[in-house]
Write a protein that binds this ligand. Structure first.
Ligand code: CMP
Length: 143
């Protein structure tokens, strides 16, 4: 297994509750390297585009409301099998189903407001990284 990248987002509830530092500490403690990071507030159009895959789900409007409710912190993370390793670190979508010690178990309030996003496949990671950071905006010499 080689070093790969995933996209993570500290969602608006994470920023609002002043948990960003704590969650970043856990991400770095777990061995992820932060390759790119910034804070931004998603527009409605932007959130709809990012989550287009969920556009027919009953929770789509609430998801867009939530993701546009305040600033969020997208970032690119690097590690061996980054997508899988990050999904283990954050736990199941619903914090009630998440394993003990995972970020969502520790901090998330609900399945909808669940603190953090992680790409679900290497293919989607590439698309999501390009969405926030462009194809070429990430330095490759951070080691
Ligand atoms: P995320 O991993 O960012 O991917 C899609 C998001 O939609 C998810 O986290 C939750 O914030 C939200 N979500 C997923 N399933 C549900 C659900 N059943 N009800 C409400 N929100 C959901």
């Amino acid at each position: 297994m080689h070093t790969t990248r995933t996209l993570a987002i500290l969602k608006p509830d994470c920023v609002r509750r002043s948990l960003s530092g704590e969650v970043l500490r856990q991400i770095e403690n777990a061995g992820f390297k932060i390759c790119a990071i910034h804070m931004q507030q998603l527009t409605r159009t932007g959130a709809e585009a990012f989550y287009a895959i969920h556009k027919d789900r009953p929770f789509f409007n609430d998801l867009v409301d939530y993701m546009t409710s305040g600033p969020c912190i997208p970032m690119v993370l690097e590690k061996q099998d980054a997508v899988g390793a990050f999904r283990i670190l954050i736990g199941a979508t619903d914090p009630q189903d998440a394993d003990e010690g995972t970020i969502r178990k520790l901090y998330a309030d609900s399945k909808s407001e669940n603190i953090v996003h992680g790409s679900d496949s290497p293919e989607n990671a590439q698309i999501e990284i390009a969405y926030f950071f462009g194809e070429s905006g990430i330095p490759t010499d951070i080691k």
